[in-house]
Design a protein around this ligand. Structure first.
Ligand SMILES: Cc1cc2nc3c(=O)[nH]c(=O)nc-3n(C[C@H](O)[C@H](O)[C@H](O)COP(=O)(O)O)c2cc1C
Length: 335
C-alpha cells in the first residue's frame, strides 16, 4: 500500500469537513447512487451521496434508513432544488441526522439553506460561476462544488479547468471547494488540489464499480465508450429550451433531435401552443435514465456519462478505484 502523505495533507481540510478518509466524493447519480454504491463509497474511505432525484419523501426516508444500515461512515444526500417537496425532503434528512446535504439543479429556494443550517447539517451547493459562488458564500453555504461541462448528466457551458482557474483563487480561502467534471485519474486530482481545491467529486469513474447496481448493459456501454461518444444534447429551436445533458450517443439521442424538429413544426403550424410544445420536449426524457440504468435499455434510454468515460476500462471494486486514484494523486504530487 502506497503512503499518501502529500495527498492526505492536501485533502486535510476536505476530509475534516466530510468526516471521511479521502476527500473524494462520488457525486449523486440518479438511479445509480443508491444504498449499495453510497455505503460502499463511504466505507471504502470516500464520501457517498444518495441521489434523491424525483423520489417522494417516503422513498427517500427508506433509502436513507437502508444506507445507514450498510454504512459505517458518513454519507450525504443530494436534493434537486426544483423538487416540489424540497422542504419535506430536507425534513426527512434532518430527522435522520444526515450530516451533509447537497442542493443541486439551480438556485436554492428561500428558506432551504437556513432550514439545513438550523438543523446543524452542512450545506453544499453547485456554483457554476464566480458571481454565484460569492452569493452562496454570503448565504452561508459550507462548501461549493464547481462542475465543468466535461461531466456526465446535466451540465453548464464552461470547462472544469476554466471554472477552477476563475473560482478557486477567489474563494477557496473562505469556503471549501470540490472540483468535478472530467476527472478520471489522480493526476487531475493532484492538479486541482494544488490549485486550492479541498477535494474532488467524480461520477462517471464509479458507474462500473462492482457495488454499482447499474445494469450490465449500461456498464458495458461505459466500458466501450470513448470521450468523444459522450456528447451534450443539442437544442434545435430557440423557442424550446433544452438543459444540456452529457450522455453516450445512441438511438435515443437522435430521436430527441427529431422530436424537437417535429414539435417545432407543430408549433409553426399552430397545431399546439408553446406550453404544450415545451411539455412534450420535457417529457421525452422522463424515465429515460431509469430505463437505461435499471432496465438496461441502452438503445433508447439515457446513457448519461462524462468525457472521462474512456478512462473506465474495467469493472472493479470501489475500494480499488479509490486506492488507484489516491496512488496516482500521490505520485503526481511527489513529482
Ligand atoms: C449517470 C449519471 C447520473 C447523474 N445524476 C445526477 C443527479 O441526479 N444529480 C446531480 O446533482 N448530479 C448528477 N450527476 C452528476 C454527478 O453527480 C457528478 O457531479 C458528475 O458525474 C461528475 O463528473 P464526471 O462524470 O466527469 O465524473 C450524474 C452523473 C451521471 C454520470
Amino acid at each position: 500500500m502506497t503512503s499518501h502523505a502529500l495527498t492526505s495533507t492536501a485533502m486535510a481540510r476536505g476530509t475534516a469537513f466530510l468526516g471521511s478518509q479521502t476527500a473524494i466524493l462520488c457525486g449523486a447519480m440518479s438511479w445509480v447512487s443508491e444504498r449499495n454504491l453510497v455505503s460502499a463509497i463511504s466505507n471504502a474511505g470516500g464520501f457517498g451521496v444518495i441521489a434523491c432525484g424525483a423520489m417522494t419523501p417516503a422513498l427517500l426516508d427508506t433509502e436513507i434508513a437502508a444506507t445507514k444500515a450498510l454504512a459505517t461512515r458518513p454519507f450525504g444526500v443530494n436534493l434537486i432544488t426544483m423538487h416540489p417537496q424540497l422542504m419535506e425532503l430536507i425534513a426527512v434528512c434532518v430527522a435522520h441526522q444526515v450530516s451533509h446535504i447537497v442542493l443541486a439543479g439551480g438556485l436554492p429556494p428561500k428558506g432551504s439553506i437556513e432550514a439545513i443550517k438550523t438543523a446543524g447539517a452542512k450545506v453544499i451547493c453547485f456554483a457554476p460561476a464566480l458571481a454565484l459562488a460569492k452569493k452562496f458564500i454570503r448565504s452561508g453555504v459550507d462548501a461549493l462544488v464547481i462542475e465543468g461541462m466535461e461531466a456526465g448528466g446535466h451540465i453548464g457551458p464552461v470547462a472544469t479547468s476554466v471554472l477552477a482557474q476563475e473560482i478557486l483563487p477567489e474563494v477557496a480561502q473562505q469556503v471549501l471547494v470540490f472540483v468535478a467534471g472530467g476527472i478520471g485519474r489522480g493526476s487531475a486530482i493532484a492538479a486541482y488540489l494544488e490549485m486550492g481545491a479541498s477535494g474532488v467529486q467524480l461520477g462517471t469513474r464509479f458507474v462500473c464499480a462492482h457495488e454499482s447496481i447499474a445494469h450490465p448493459a449500461f456498464k458495458k456501454a461505459f466500458l466501450r465508450g470513448n470521450a468523444r461518444d459522450a456528447i451534450a444534447s443539442i437544442q434545435v429551436d430557440p423557442r424550446l429550451p433544452v438543459i444540456p445533458v452529457r450522455a453516450l450517443k445512441n438511438k435515443g439521442t437522435e430521436e430527441f433531435t427529431a422530436k424537437q424538429r417535429e414539435v417545432a413544426a407543430l408549433l409553426d403550424a399552430g397545431s399546439i401552443n408553446m406550453g404544450e410544445a415545451q411539455l412534450q420536449i420535457e417529457h421525452f426524457w422522463a424515465g429515460a435514465l431509469r430505463r437505461a440504468v435499471i432496465d438496461g435499455d441502452i438503445e433508447s434510454g439515457s446513457l448519461m456519462a462524462g468525457q472521462s468515460v474512456g478512462m473506465v476500462t474495467q469493472e472493479e471494486s470501489v475500494a480499488d478505484i479509490i486506492a488507484t486514484l489516491m496512488d496516482e494523486t500521490e505520485a503526481a504530487l511527489v513529482r
